[in-house]
Design a protein around this ligand. Sequence first.
Ligand code: AOF
Ligand code: ZN
Length: 396
Amino acid sequence: MTAHRDVSLGAAAVPRSSCELDRELLEQAIHLAELGRPGARPNPVVGTVLAMPDGQVLATGHHVRRGAPHAERACLDDWPEEVPADATLYVTLEPCSHHGMQPPCSELLLARDVRRVVYASSDPNPDTCGVGPAQLAAAGVRVERGPADLERLALQQNAGFHSAHLRGRPYVTAKWAMTPNGRFATGDETKRWISGPESRAFVHYLRAGSGAIACGIGTVLADDPELTVRGPVASRTPAPPIRVVYDRALRLPIDSVLAQTARTVPVLACCAYDAPLERELALRELGVGVWRAPAPNPGAPCMLASSLTMLCEIGVQDVLLEAGPELLDSFSDAHLIDALVAFVGPDDAPDDQPGLALDHPLVAAALAASVERSGEDSRHVAVLHPAWEIPGATAG
Ligand code: AOF
Ligand code: ZN
């Protein structure tokens, strides 16, 4: 497959359109792509619009799920008539050229006589990367890229897909709820939740879009969580995210909800290389997977980074890290957090509750971010890629 790369057209060689109408229609395609979340995982979400030079939209499409038609095909299936010579096809990811579960979009576009294509972002998949646009251009199709800010949006939209291909590790989003004084627990037995019901429902949407949900053994011992996708989004979740527990000494209790449900939704315990063998055997009896960090393990950062490489190898592109302060701090210290989603409740908690200092980089980033109210929470913030800029995202 890589032989194709000799003839590929590097994105830098593709001219950018500066036309306002192209921007509007590409933006529309980016919105359409979101309809594919979470169903498309592990494929990227992709949206397409077929439109005339006066802005009239002839057809639209998006990639619904892995194995379903690509966005371009979904769109052209929606327009069975001849494609007008002056129509443009807008797509959020470059049209593919390879045979995967679906046939190549480049061939389809040529067969349907599409004369102009504007795409938002490159495809990092080495099976196709750059070849589709090159084939189209070689056949006389006008191929252009959209404006740089829309390229950034389209890249961010599939951050995990790009991360897995370009870095060999998943995109890590840390999610937590805290009080305004940086505490992760209310300290009030009658009040279990810091965040409100809207934020908690949103978490299930985040989970559904992730290949793995991770937490530390401290959270398991304190809360005995289920870490599954529940609520309305569950039926649209392609495969349940695997549940990952960072558990150096394999203390995961046999009677924990995670261990007891491991045969229904996979659970993977990540431990130190020298964790007790009898614990591993007991957990494996229940269907819990055990991954040992490479020996010798000089410290947490090494274990965390190598666990992410392993997760990528087993197909995980996005990790939702639902950790307590200790594990969050370790990930942050190792520069392994790409984005954060923090919910800040309305009331302070006693200072003796677990938490992070207000000047901790994660907490400071969450408190400095522009505020979006979420139900009864005073803050719901999302901060993107503080640690990693997707290559191309800053290209002019
Ligand atoms: C497109 N349009 O809508 C999508 C693309 O197994 P397949 O055939 O579905 O191929 C999946 C790969 O195709 C995926 O990894 C990515 O490189 C590209 N996805 N390409 O032209 C689409 N979803
Ligand atoms: Zn395709």
